[in-house]
Design a protein around this ligand. Sequence first.
Ligand code: KG4
Ligand code: ZN
Length: 357
Amino acid sequence: MLVLGIETTCDETAAAVVERQDDGSGRILSNIVHSQTDEHARFGGVVPEIAARAHVDLLDGIVAQAMMEANIGFAQLSAVAAAAGPGLIGGVIVGLTTAKAIAMVHETPLIAVNHLEAHALTPRLTDALDFPYCLFLASGGHTQIVAVVGVGHYERLGTTVDDAMGEAFDKVAKMLSLPYPGGPAVERSAAEGDPERFAFPRPMLGRPDANFSLSGLKTAVRNEASRLMPFEPEDVSDLCASFQAAVLESTADRLSVGLRLFNDRFGPPRALVAAGGVAANRALRVALQDVATKAQTSLIIPPPALCTDNGAMIAWAGAERLALGLTDTMDAPPRARWRLDANAAAPAGYANTRAGF
Ligand code: KG4
Ligand code: ZN
């Protein structure tokens, strides 16, 4: 099975070809990612309109490159998959429309993939992981704990009630005049700071649900930063270190609750899986390892290139769905919002635009 995957939901323009064997194993034949970071850097965040235009400019060339590197022609494709949401709607439209055109011209099935489902299924490509497992997804747009029970069978155990975790890192970086994207800059600065200098709140600590909240913490950092201005040299690194320490402690608490909820519903998970850009944070990885060990499970973090947005994860999710006969029709809608657990296994062409975040 050969599937072309297209990803355009945020600021990465990406296409990839993945091969799936009958035994369920997979192989990446090509994986081309163009990150638009430079286009957005001077705005300190992703500008949806700029992203959509860049996808229009770049996508055809990236698809051609992915096909060339995989050394296959369109006629050999078993299907074409595109991320149909959730994400910035302009970009989603560009990717999904391109996939529909390819499907139509080359008479190959279309698969409208939920971007979150693609993150969720990635460890089955990289580590041949069996169901069920617990996913912690933390990126610029999402912060969720998801029980991955089977293809199309997901249960969201927790989510952020306000900002996404990567977004909080980016906002803290911006208020401290650190470069975009903020996560890596905050992590670097934190490594030199004192995590105990500021006693920032640990949001949601001890709550029985597994939800996250980051905006109060972000505001606490902002208030402290305005109080300190103008900064002494160590102020920025101490603010970063104290912010990151609060994020880590809160995350560890939320995940241990999430894993307990998982266990109650589905039995022991095969692994705790982390994905999304924030999973690149080394201090977070250490904290996650600790959480996994305490919950007597193993920690799997796919390689960074497959943790952040890419086309291979979309192609792979497409292949997993195709193997179950789950294809979509040409009226599959682009969706800004699309809850993973609402209807990921929906029948072909199913449209539910009122699904939440
Ligand atoms: O998954 P991703 O590449 O793109 C999407 O948001 O979909 O995630 C990017 C996010 C950004 O908010 C970035 O600041 C954050 O991940 N990030 C990090 C680190 N590296 C990237 N956050 C904390 N520590 C890091 N080392
Ligand atoms: Zn993503």
